[in-house]
Design a protein around this ligand. Sequence first.
Ligand code: FES
Length: 99
Amino acid sequence: METSRPPFEKYLFVCEHAREEGDFCGAPGVAVRETLKQAVKDAGLAGRVRVSRSGCLDVCAKGPNVLLYPDGVLYSHVTPSDIPTIVAALVHQLNGERS
Ligand code: FES
C-alpha cells in the first residue's frame, strides 16, 4: 500500500444508488451527475474538480445527494437546476484560492 494526495482539488460524489423500494437517489441522481459533469467541464474546472458517481451516502430520504470533498458539504434534494449554483460556488472558491 502507498498513500498520496488526490489528483483533483475537489470531488463531487453524486449518489446514484437505486433499490427496489423506499427512498433512493437512482435515476434523478444520474441526471444530476451528468448535468454536473458537463457544467464542471463548461466552467473550465475539469482538471481541478472530479465528478464521480457514488453508492448510498446514507441520507436517502434527502436525495438526490451530492457530497463535496474535502469541504464536507452535503447538497441534498439536488435537481439539475441547482447545478449552476453549485458550480458557481466552486468557481468562486477555486479562483479565490489561486489569487
Ligand atoms: S440512496 Fe442516495 S443517499 Fe442513499
